[in-house]
Design a protein around this ligand. Sequence first.
Ligand code: SAH
Ligand code: SF4
Ligand code: F3S
Length: 547
Amino acid sequence: MASARVYLETYGCQMNELDSELVAGRLRELGYSFTSESGEADVVLYNTCSVRERAEQKVWSRLGEINKRKATEPGLVVGVLGCMAERDGEAMLGRAPVVDVLCGPGELDKLPELIDNALRTRASLTAGERGARRSAGQVALQGDASRRSSTLAAAGDSLEMLDLSRAISPIDAGQRSAYVRITRGCNKFCTYCVVPRTRGAEIHRPPEHIIDECKHLADAGVIEVTLLGQTVNHYRFEHGAAVSIDGVTQPQKGRTYKGSHHRDALTGERVTTFADLLRRIHEEVPAIQRLRFVTSYPRDFGDDVLEVIRDSPRICRYLHVPAQSGSNRVLKKMNRGYTVEEYYEFLDRARAILDQPEIGRPLMISGDVIVGFPTETEDDFEATKDMLRRSRSKNQFIFKYSPRPGTLAYEKIPDDVPEAVKRRRNNELLALQTEISDAIAREQVGREYDVLVEGLSRAEKKKRGVDVKPGTGMIGLTVGGASPGVAVIDDVDAATSVQLSARTDGDLIVHFDAPTGGARPADDLVGRIVRVRVDETNRMSLRGSLV
Ligand code: SAH
Ligand code: SF4
Ligand code: F3S
């Protein structure tokens, strides 16, 4: 069975990208091979996202397409993984009988077995036999069990094996950037959000596992690690406890911890905080030249974390801290747990400690905003515009509110902002943020930055006819042929220089031309950190040259 060819398509956030990478690594170890052509595959997997309706619609249309193929190839195995599988549950099998395997994000360690079962029984199951799929061992969902603490440890333990199993296969040898999970799930329950239901309760991974994984990645050549969590700065591991869940006292603003871990003043437990974790990774894995983390939650940033970032040259001066809205009334309805004044207080504090343009390390902020949350008035919207002006972030991801079944907002607050109003507010915010991003881009001219070269620029890829995915806000990563994160430059003989795309530690993208021959040819630069000077800006994009 394990000689089957797999096609895996991924939607959603970085968490999903990492899950796909881990699942692909595990399946490869078991003897499966991967193809980037869906049409060549024996097993077609979609790792899905449920955060907005649009994300789900994409998958429904994919399932419609694959349904046609299955009519002529009944042996084909189709699997839906990730957040949409968990949210929709077995209802999905009713609406899309083409689906053989259903696997939630909290059950991915079981995926090889589910696929194996499906490959064995595929001939004997007819379309629509829903119950049959569960009894045939082709369905794994957490359901409501994921929030019962008695099952939390078990769920965490088996999933932990998947992260621990991380194998850098030879195919990924060129990989320079990697994600490392530090926290699963989310306990915040923002009223619009499906994630606490799809990813389950918050579980923090033990620091030793995280550090070992970072070392392992560094040994394999990775120089940039992005730590992942839904509220990443909320990280807190209590040693001695099997799992560490919410409901414990959080680090207070301005409180400083010394040492790599310590006894908590209130509970007496030995704990590793987010500040401790960052400091340990920075100290113990120096081969990681860039340490990033997403997504930060505005309320949980103590000065201790900001000071560790300031004092650690390899931790990036970049914070993705979504405010979601600038109106306190809306923030309250969203259950975000902070006021816009508290958000500003945090930004001021972060800038006072971290923003150092004079040493080439300006602090870059980015965020997310939802427009058209139920009951949002023009005044609320104006407050959000003020928030954007005041935040001066390098970019903002702006979303139109999408009601999600199962969330409190969906159940309790009618989606009363008309689509046309949402669209207008969305466009107005985009225009405002473009002005702010342009102004920030112009400030960079004349500055020099160390940048990590990621590969050919978008324009260069277009010129060469390399497939460029449209910027839909969703990630259409296919794990297969080339390794994610690193582009291989071939077909360069026709030109004497190519345009490369690189990133500053503040996550600004810089394009520059590099020669294809000579002492420092372009393909040698990919995956390395080089120094460039920013020469000009073309709207939001920075153009520079090697120094
Ligand atoms: N944990 C992160 C966000 C994860 S979801 C945080 O709290 O910041 C990514 C983004 O999707 C959110 O920041 C939010 O802006 C957006 N989002 C989530 N649910 C949404 C919904 N129902 N409609 C529109 N946008 C939504
Ligand atoms: Fe969703 Fe809120 Fe958790 Fe972010 S913090 S994942 S928006 S519930
Ligand atoms: Fe990520 Fe989408 Fe799930 S944003 S956590 S894949 S709902």
